[in-house]
Design a protein around this ligand. Structure first.
Ligand code: PEP
Ligand code: MN
Length: 263
């Protein structure tokens, strides 16, 4: 079902009155994790002002260490909803367990399935049984075939609203957190009709690489970007070193306008 051979036209995923995979580039921005009302609201307003189209924010976080901040959980979702109410931006948040599926269907506009859960087949089947748009991230060591097979799990259950996200893969290179596999963009678009977006934040792990890699991704044909933004990166509870400050969003988006139409 993900194969372009049997579905030659690009799929356009409708999220409220916005679309991902059409003419315009989708810009999803926001903090790695929701930390408090003040933080998420101020970032949301700045994302909106800069021309971003969607707000991201983790409420349930897949952290490597069990002693790291695990996210605000349900309370985080409440804060995201408030930010949506005041800005009108649709919200994107990661679902880690089938246990919370009903809540996510109710609360968020796009359900994110993180890299670490790309092959959590029960979770994929669960989001496949809804009609909610799903942002599926490529696993840390997943081939493109495996990635598309995971998308297939969602499609096979009847949910056609899948957005693929290249977020970097594990290689021997240690300078960057992951290695952004930019060729994945045209390859996935050749193999599949699904929209493809890029996450330059997790791919590089370094805030100053976000803008050049964002531009490269759009030039390579990506349908959108998901970018981490934090008002106080040095004190962020999660992924501060890869988060850009909100004031950098406007010049970044403006530089993208030179190569693509932005929604
Ligand atoms: C995230 O988006 O904050 C995240 C944890 O991403 P990934 O699953 O790609 O590591
Ligand atoms: Mn993050």
């Amino acid at each position: 079902k993900a194969n372009r051979l049997f579905h030659p036209e690009n799929s356009i995923i409708q999220v409220g009155h916005k679309a991902i995979g059409g003419e315009e580039i989708a810009l999803i921005a926001g903090p790695c994790s929701v930390e408090n009302q003040e933080q998420v609201l101020s970032i949301a307003k700045q994302v909106k002002r800069a021309g971003g189209g969607f707000l991201r924010g983790g409420a349930f976080k897949p952290r490597t260490s069990p002693y790291s901040f695990q996210g605000m959980g349900e309370e985080g979702l409440e804060l995201l909803k408030k930010a949506r109410e005041s800005t009108g931006l649709p919200i994107v948040s990661e679902l880690m367990s089938p246990r919370w599926i009903e809540k996510f269907i109710e609360d968020v506009d796009i359900i994110q399935i993180g890299a670490r859960n790309m092959q959590n087949f029960d979770l994929l089947k669960e989001v496949g049984r809804t009609r909610k748009p799903v942002l599926l991230k490529r696993g840390l060591a997943a081939t493109l075939e495996e990635f598309l097979m995971s998308a297939e799990y969602i499609l096979a259950e009847g949910n056609p609203n899948v957005i693929l996200c290249e977020r970097g893969i594990r290689t021997f290179e240690g300078y960057t957190r992951s290695t952004l596999d930019l060729s994945a963009v045209p390859i996935l678009k050749k193999m599949s009709h699904l929209p493809v977006i890029v996450d330059p934040s997790h791919a590089t792990g370094l805030w100053w690489l976000v803008e050049p890699m964002a531009k490269a991704a759009i030039a390579a044909g990506a349908d959108g970007l998901i970018i981490e933004v934090h008002n106080d990166p040095a004190n962020a509870k999660c992924d501060g070193q890869q988060s850009i400050k909100p004031e950098r969003l406007t010049p970044l988006i403006d530089s993208l306008r030179a190569i693509a139409k932005i929604d």
